[in-house]
Write a protein that binds this ligand. Structure first.
Ligand code: AMP
Length: 170
């Protein structure tokens, strides 16, 4: 997509040494590019085949909620520890920089049968794999995942056994 890559800035050694952090926030400061991106993500087959979307805290929320409005597909959130009230389903995962777990509200995930996972970036694939496991644990279908960016050298898609879509690979 024209201009998209130029809006992604790399910060070296953030949030810790050895990480080349891709800052995608410049995209939402260019509304024409952002709009084009959301239309492209929304028309992707992974989104189209799903009944609902699960977006991942925090930058996944930006893209997930815009896709939800564009497609009229409901959105759920997968959140980091201590953020969600009510009865939760949890799953741990390893990040490029640390270990954590993600939670989904049990009542919310029971409402729909199939889900598309939305996030800003695919690195090792651990985060998306974690959300996919939450969906499977709940007896629901994973239609696939879609991110704005994929970091090719980490080959995160190799651990994911469903359609893995991305807008740009770098
Ligand atoms: P992973 O589980 O390794 O695929 O990491 C993906 C998640 O961590 C996404 O939610 C990203 O926002 C974040 N992330 C991991 N690595 C980076 C990176 N190099 N630059 C920006 N965000 C990253």
């Amino acid at each position: 997509m024209k201009n998209l890559e130029s809006l992604i800035k790399t910060y070296y050694d953030f949030p810790k040494k050895g990480i080349a952090f891709k800052d995608i926030l410049g995209i939402i400061q260019d509304t024409e590019v952002f709009k084009e991106l959301i239309l492209k993500m929304s028309s992707n087959s992974v989104i189209q085949r799903s009944e609902a979307i699960i977006s991942i805290e925090a930058r996944g929320f930006i893209f997930g909620s815009a896709i939800s409005l564009q497609t009229s597909k409901p959105m759920l959130v997968a959140r980091k520890p201590g953020k969600l009230p009510g009865e939760l389903i949890q799953e741990s995962y390893f990040l490029e920089y640390g270990k954590s777990y993600l939670s989904i509200q049990k009542e919310a995930i029971q409402k729909f049968s199939s889900y598309a996972i939305v996030d800003d970036l695919l690195a090792t694939g651990g985060t998306i794999d974690c959300v996919a496991n939450l969906i499977k644990k709940s007896g629901k279908e994973v239609c696939g995942s879609i991110t704005v960016v994929e970091l090719l050298e980490l080959n995160g898609r190799s651990r994911l056994n469903f359609p893995v879509e991305t807008i740009i690979s770098i």
